[in-house]
Design a protein around this ligand. Structure first.
Ligand code: ARG
Length: 502
């Protein structure tokens, strides 16, 4: 069939986007290079996410310039101009509002990244002195240093986020910690514990996360001064830069000093980013396990806890619903954090040594994982701070599941029965309860207990005191081992946490 309207011969004119300016550092190439193809410019840029490093980039440039001045590569007057220019730029970016000064006119995507934008703005501001800043430096050591500064600050920031979570767990433990509850292995009823024993368990796991972050400080190495890959023939003094960085609170005590020992490794390695992501992944994993536990406890079937309404959502169809969405998202986002760790490991696995542009992707994953974990810790603290354990509900089912069976076996041990035999005796007693329709070992008579002993060729050792070893309330008072989840262990752990939170 013939077309009614012939297609136009030429496509309608598209609104023209002005050609981006050429990159000022691409002198060896003819023409405008990648800057002249908008897709290439967008493809190669990292500015959209690495401008988050602007404070660290500026601070790193200042300490580099101070070193350049000390070794005579720039004059004191030039240093002054650089410092003034950079600090003005920092203030301008700060004033340009949310999302790391997104509205700052100096962010020019054709300049690729935070480093080039800030340097270009400096040169525009102060001229030739600005052109000296990059002496003996490459973006390769610059970005490695910036990221290291950022990670160090973020570890510090995470440490502060953990405190409200510890406090909330502690406060809840002080209030509801004495409630007797079943502990589960294989999600089957195991032994009785007190609520506080379990709360402290989470606190322990989270505090180990914090320790893991703290340990990272020790592993950080300072790469600035490595240049592009091979170092520099100029009189760059890396220890001097590190000294200034320490004074500027960009580094911790640098008397070791942990300079990266190879300029090649210093620019090629992203170990610190992987270590940081692993520590984040471990934190996310613990948060996720805790979230899962509380999702189960909040179900109608368990009803062990009641979540505050602020941290549940309704259903668009089922009017009665109170869904634990915040907990579910903490659990779900753990998957994203793992993804970021695995993404970076995968990015790195095929890279030849030396800088490769693939490394630019590191920051996406580090930032994204950090944001998730940081938000999740904060969310967790709020949920813990507003949750109640339902003593009556928990007590209702406490006599189900023969929680005191192990305690009874231990009673027999105190009377001289070998543990394996005691285990067998109690197993038989549980079966006998079940066949008689009893749900508690305490329903058995002394004759029942002693008959079971005799059946296992043991003396009839059970006396009236056996009943002191039965029933969850009795059992939680009997645990004596260090770190136990009953009354004595909880009291001891609570005391230690009180000290710690002081
Ligand atoms: N934006 C880059 C990054 O994040 C900076 C390094 C670029 N270096 C280079 N040689 N092209 O890794």
């Amino acid at each position: 069939m013939a077309r009614k309207n012939k297609p136009a011969k030429t496509a309608p004119a598209k609104p023209r986007t002005p050609a981006p300016a050429a990159k000022p550092w691409e002198h060896a190439k003819s023409g405008e290079g990648s800057a002249s193809d908008p897709l290439a410019a967008r493809f190669v840029e990292s500015l959209s996410y690495d401008r988050r490093l602007y404070k660290h980039d500026i601070a790193g440039s200042i300490v580099h310039a101070r070193m350049l001045n000390v070794v005579g590569l720039i004059k004191p007057k030039e240093l002054k101009e650089i410092e003034r220019g950079l600090s003005e730029i920092g203030k301008e970016i700060e004033a340009a509002g949310a999302d790391y000064g997104a509205a700052w006119p100096g962010w020019k995507v054709e300049l690729e990244d935070v480093h080039m934008c800030i340097e270009a703005a400096l040169i525009e501001k102060i001229g030739d002195a600005g052109r000296k800043l990059h002496t003996g430096r490459s973006r390769n050591d610059q970005v490695a240093a910036d990221l290291m500064f950022w990670i160090r600050d973020s570890i510090w920031g995470l440490g502060k986020k953990f405190s409200p979570l510890f406090r909330a767990l502690f406060t809840l433990a002080e209030r509801d910690g004495g409630i007797v509850m079943p502990a589960y292995t294989h999600l089957q009823r195991a032994q009785p514990i007190v609520v506080g024993g379990e709360l402290i368990a989470w606190a322990q796991a989270f505090s180990r996360s914090l320790d893991r972050f703290d340990a990272l400080y020790e592993l950080l190495e300072f790469p600035l001064g490595s240049g592009a890959i091979a170092g520099s023939s100029l009189g760059i003094d890396r220890k001097e830069t590190a000294w200034f960085a320490e004074r500027a609170n960009l580094l911790d005590d640098f008397d070791k000093p942990d300079l990266t020992r190879s300029s090649i490794d210093g620019t090629a390695s992203r170990d610190m980013a992987c270590d940081f992501l692993y520590a984040l992944a471990m934190t996310a994993m613990t948060l996720s396990r805790w979230a899962e536990q509380w999702i189960i406890y909040a179900s109608t079937e368990f009803s062990f806890i009641t979540l505050d309404n602020r941290y549940t959502t309704g259903s668009s169809m089922m009017p009665q619903k109170r869904n634990p969405d915040m907990l579910e998202l903490i659990r779900g986002r753990c998957g994203n954090v793992y993804g970021h760790l695995v993404a970076l490991l995968t990015i790195l696995k095929g890279l030849p040594i030396g800088y490769n542009r693939d490394l630019q992707e590191d920051k996406r994953h580090v930032f994204a994982a950090y944001d998730i974990v940081s938000d999740s810790i904060e969310m967790a603290a709020r949920i813990v701070a507003t949750t109640k354990f339902n003593e009556a509900k928990i007590a209702q089912g406490l006599d189900r599941g023969f929680l005191d069976a192990t305690s009874l076996a231990e009673y027999l041990v105190t009377k001289g029965v070998p543990f394996r035999t005691a285990h067998q005796v109690v197993g038989a007693l549980v079966r006998s309860c079940e066949s008689r329709g009893y749900h508690k070992l305490g329903q058995l008579t002394l004759d029942d207990f002693n008959a079971a002993c005799a059946a296992a060729s043991q003396p009839k050792v059970c006396a009236n005191d056996v009943y002191d070893w039965l029933g969850p309330e009795n059992v939680v008072k009997r645990y004596r081992t260090y770190g136990n989840a009953g009354v004595s262990g909880f009291a001891e752990q609570l005391k230690a946490w009180k000290e710690r939170l002081k």
